[in-house]
Design a protein around this ligand. Structure first.
Ligand code: BGC
Length: 358
């Protein structure tokens, strides 16, 4: 009898231990009828429903209907994710802080991309504040998470404003020196119709007279180059398709646009950093940030192998990411704005995605 009781207790304990956390979905709404859904899994924006020029709501981001499709076993994508600890690339996955070297995962062409193989986009965040138009997520990242030093507590606060903007504030603290560079990795297709609309037909403006060239492993070379007379000049709004396949070494290295632009906004988050316009729907997206850089990734690696919402296959360049950030590999380029965070300091970063119509 005693033995049966003990076996039962043991089974219960094992079961409780192996119970998997399930992703939750939170939907923010505003007075103008816009809706943004976010999951605590990876802090991912799952859908963004905004009115087009006719007032019809369109979902303008790629993603999945089933939240478990965001798990890496099913799909290795960064769709909508809150990326940490370090968005973008770190050369050879190596950082050195106060004379100590740390080897991070080398998950992309020998470099560390987006915080490593199991960056925060593949971890659960805790929802610590849930309101009608606000969601605050918390990520407790232990010392040694993906080999980064320091116990880090990070927050991502999404606020949906009545002027149809998704306001995203990032914050983090640490108990040992580390590096932090957070971003949102939404894949935008402002037509709301990724089955038939490619972003090469959209118009882009970038408030940037320089960008950071890369080698053929997508690693920044350390150079800051002028966009003047190159396919990287978006200081006047122009069709993405115009230069994306140009006969240009940097375009070849990036397989199209997959580069960091050096913003001319001087950290002023009231000045437009980027603007994307979709003639098909009339929807405009303006990006504001206090960060010095923005990664424009034009979905060059989408190749029709991922099936998303409504069973739609995501083909080449069906979406574009506008990732506000420190420049890639800043930890190894001391002359660039630093991503170092020390105990007692608070990392903060601000990004606004504001929607409208033309
Ligand atoms: C990178 C791309 C990469 C993509 C994956 C972007 O930020 O620049 O090279 O393929 O993220 O999510």
């Amino acid at each position: 009898m005693k033995r049966i009781w003990l076996a039962g207790l043991l089974a219960l304990m094992v079961c409780a231990g192996c119970k998997r956390q399930s992703p939750e979905l939170y939907t923010l709404k505003n007075a103008s009828g816009m809706e943004v859904s976010i999951t605590n899994y990876g802090g991912r924006i799952v859908s963004v429903k905004v009115p087009d020029r006719e007032g019809v709501l369109r979902d303008v981001v790629l993603g999945f209907d089933d939240l478990e499709d965001y798990y890496p076993e099913r799909n290795e994508t960064d769709f909508g994710a809150s990326i940490g600890r370090y968005a973008n690339r770190i050369k050879d996955g190596l950082i050195s802080i106060d004379g100590k070297q740390y080897q991070l995962p080398r998950n992309n062409y020998g470099h560390c991309l987006h915080g490593g193989t199991r960056g925060w986009q593949y971890q659960f965040y805790n929802a610590v504040e849930v309101g009608e138009n606000v969601l605050k997520l918390e990520r407790i990242s232990p010392d040694g998470d993906q080999n980064f030093p320091g116990n880090v507590k990070a927050y991502v606060t999404f606020t949906l404003t009545d002027s149809n903007a998704i306001d995203i504030r990032y914050e983090a603290t640490t108990d040992a020196a580390t590096v932090i560079n957070m971003t949102n990795h939404s894949y935008f297709n402002l037509s709301g119709d990724p089955a038939s609309h490619s972003i090469v037909d959209d118009v882009l403006y970038l408030n940037a007279s320089h960008y950071t060239p890369v080698d053929d492993t997508f690693m920044t070379t350390g150079e800051i180059a002028s966009v003047e007379g190159t396919p990287f000049d978006f200081r006047k709004p122009r069709l993405i398709g115009e230069g994306i396949d140009a006969d240009d070494e940097q375009i070849r290295n990036g397989h199209g646009y997959d580069h960091n632009w050096v913003l001319d906004t001087a950290g002023d988050d009231t000045v437009v950093a980027a603007e994307l316009y979709c003639p098909a729907s009339g929807i405009v997206l303006k990006v504001y940030t206090d960060e010095p850089g923005i990664q424009v990734y034009a979905g060059n690696f989408l190749d029709g192998t991922v099936k998303g919402k409504g069973g739609v296959v995501y083909n080449h360049r069906t979406a574009i990411c506008l990732e506000t950030q420190k420049y890639p590999d800043t930890p190894n380029k001391p002359e660039w704005p630093s991503a170092l965070l020390r105990p007692g300091e608070t990392y903060s970063s601000h990004c606004v995605f504001e929607f409208g119509v033309k």
